[in-house]
Design a protein around this ligand. Structure first.
Ligand code: KIV
Ligand code: ZN
Length: 501
């Protein structure tokens, strides 16, 4: 069977969306999961956008072995230099150049005439080609471009050496039928199109990103660009898990293969949720918490008779773990390490020591430690150790007849700083104390508590969204104590904000 390549842009387009930024350690972790998931291309970042982005791309390029590593660049020399600097050590590097081709973008954003845009495409792609064999060219806002001009732009890119042509539905405007028509048109009118790979990149503004992506595939596209959980600018990008599960579940309809190991979808989705703080809605296809829940009596009855009545794909096929009790207070380091490995976490001895210490503390508080607890434990370790501030201690005095006060102590490098604050309840008081320490006043846009597993000793997971001026970030914290989880989530948000600044 022919194959569709999966190009993952969680670390670039996904990360680019407000509140989803990740630090280098977090990006490296996501890249590791993507590699294990089996994607073909990892778009690791946009190196010209910041030195941190460049650093993260370099790190990923140096570690990923089984996927191509790609970096984004506008069609300008300095961007292309930075992109190459990012991916040059990768086993399979790719430079991804892009330029807008729609009248509205050319006139108002680029302030260029169509001929100037064509010249920039020629020069940009040819320059990227001096560094790298594999050069992708994306026409930004392709779906609102004049078709004739778009075909010229793509023909110019092929002539200059592009190996992949990407049709970007940048503002999620097109429809499946239109997309299929556009692909057919390009296949007919782009010179040299048979020598290169054709790709699509769909945004979800009208909720059609997955449908448009699949329409393009049915029309002959063989690379799809998507993100885990569909994260990305505005309404996000085509969700990798939806596109892949559609290809796999409806192989009869598409007759195509892809190299993703679908059993890694659940873990990868959770990692990205844990790191970005973006939790898909419960009814989200494939990875929402209700995606495999069958609560209506009539459905349960049907399921008991035969799972096929209401289940078109199994939870196991996307790697949803059984809620088995795995570890407890008396479990040793070896069992712990083995369980982590079976979940896909391979820690170095130093990380393992730290994780085992945390596990011991957790298993003292919790009778049984389930897989999802272990995932939370590892994720919290990553987020708590990746920023400027960490929580040292807190004391909160609260009641319905007194003003609530919180004393919070944070470490900031070598020094420890403690502040007292009064607030409307324990969470607010603790957050105010953190504000006093950091000197940054955030507006709390949202605050949510979930329990990672069931039971009264479950780990609590707090997710906050903080805003300072026009900049918002999310933060996540885990603990069996919900107040501690809340404070950690706030600190995680503060650390992300500082990083993004
Ligand atoms: O949405 C878009 O147009 C992009 C391009 C850079 C491919 O992300
Ligand atoms: Zn995009």
């Amino acid at each position: 069977m022919e194959k569709v390549k999966i190009f993952d842009t969680t670390l670039r387009d996904g990360e680019q969306s407000p509140g989803c930024s990740m630090n280098t350690a977090e990006k490296a972790e996501v890249a590791r999961y993507l590699e294990r998931l089996g994607v073909d291309v990892i778009e690791a970042g946009f190196p010209a956008s910041s030195p941190d982005d460049l650093k993260a791309v370099q790190h990923i390029a140096g570690t990923v072995k089984n996927a191509a590593v790609c970096a984004l660049a506008r069609c300008v020399k300095s961007d292309i230099d930075a992109a190459w600097e990012g991916v040059r050590t990768a086993r399979t590097p790719r430079i991804h150049t892009f330029l807008a081709t729609s009248p509205i973008h050319m006139k108002y954003k680029l302030k260029k005439e169509p001929d100037e845009v064509l010249a920039m495409i020629r020069e940009g792609v040819a320059y990227a080609k001096t560094y790298c064999d594999d050069v992708e060219f994306s026409a930004e806002d392709a779906t609102r471009s004049d078709r004739n001009f778009l075909a010229k732009a793509f023909s110019a890119a092929v002539k200059a050496g592009a190996t992949v042509l990407n049709v970007a539905d940048t503002v999620g405007y097109t429809t499946p039928a239109e997309m299929a028509g556009l692909i057919a048109y390009l296949k007919k009118h782009v010179e040299g199109i048979d020598e290169v790979e054709l790709s699509v990149h769909c945004h979800n503004d009208l909720g059609m990103a997955t449908a448009n992506t699949l329409a393009a595939v049915a029309a002959g596209v063989r690379q799809v660009e998507c993100t885990v959980n569909g994260i990305g600018e505005r309404a996000g990008n085509a969700a990798l898990e939806e596109v892949v599960m559609a290809l796999v579940t409806r192989r009869d309809a598409y007759q195509l293969d892809c190299s993703v190991n679908t059993r890694q979808i659940y873990r990868t989705s959770h990692l990205v949720q844990n790191i970005t703080g973006f939790i898909p809605p419960p009814n989200k296809a494939v990875v929402g918490s209700n995606a495999f829940a069958h609560e209506a009596g009539i459905h349960q009855h049907g399921m008991l008779a035969s799972r096929d009545t209401y289940e078109i794909m199994t939870p196991e096929s996307v790697g949803i773990p059984e809620m088995a009790i795995v570890l407890g207070k008396h479990s040793g380091r070896h069992a712990f390490e083995e369980r982590l490995a079976s979940l896909g976490y391979y820690l170095n001895p130093h990380e393992l020591d730290a994780a085992f210490e945390r596990f011991k503390i957790l298993s003292d508080k919790k009778k049984v430690v389930q897989d999802r607890d272990l995932e939370a434990l590892i994720s919290s370790h990553i987020s708590e150790n990746a920023g400027r501030y960490t929580l040292v201690s807190f004391v909160v005095n609260s009641g319905n007849t007194i003003s609530t006060t919180a004393i919070v102590k944070l470490s900031d490098g070598e020094q420890e700083i403690e502040r007292v604050a009064i607030g409307e309840g324990p969470v607010d008081a603790a957050f105010q104390a953190v504000n006093k320490i950091t000197g940054i006043d955030f507006i709390l846009e949202s605050y949510r508590l979930n329990s990672v597993t069931g039971g009264e000793d479950a780990i609590g997971e707090a997710v906050v969204r903080l805003r300072k001026d026009n900049h918002s970030v999310s933060g996540r914290g885990f603990s069996t104590d919900i107040l501690e989880a809340s404070i950690k989530s706030y600190i995680n948000g503060v650390n992300r904000y500082i990083l993004e600044q």
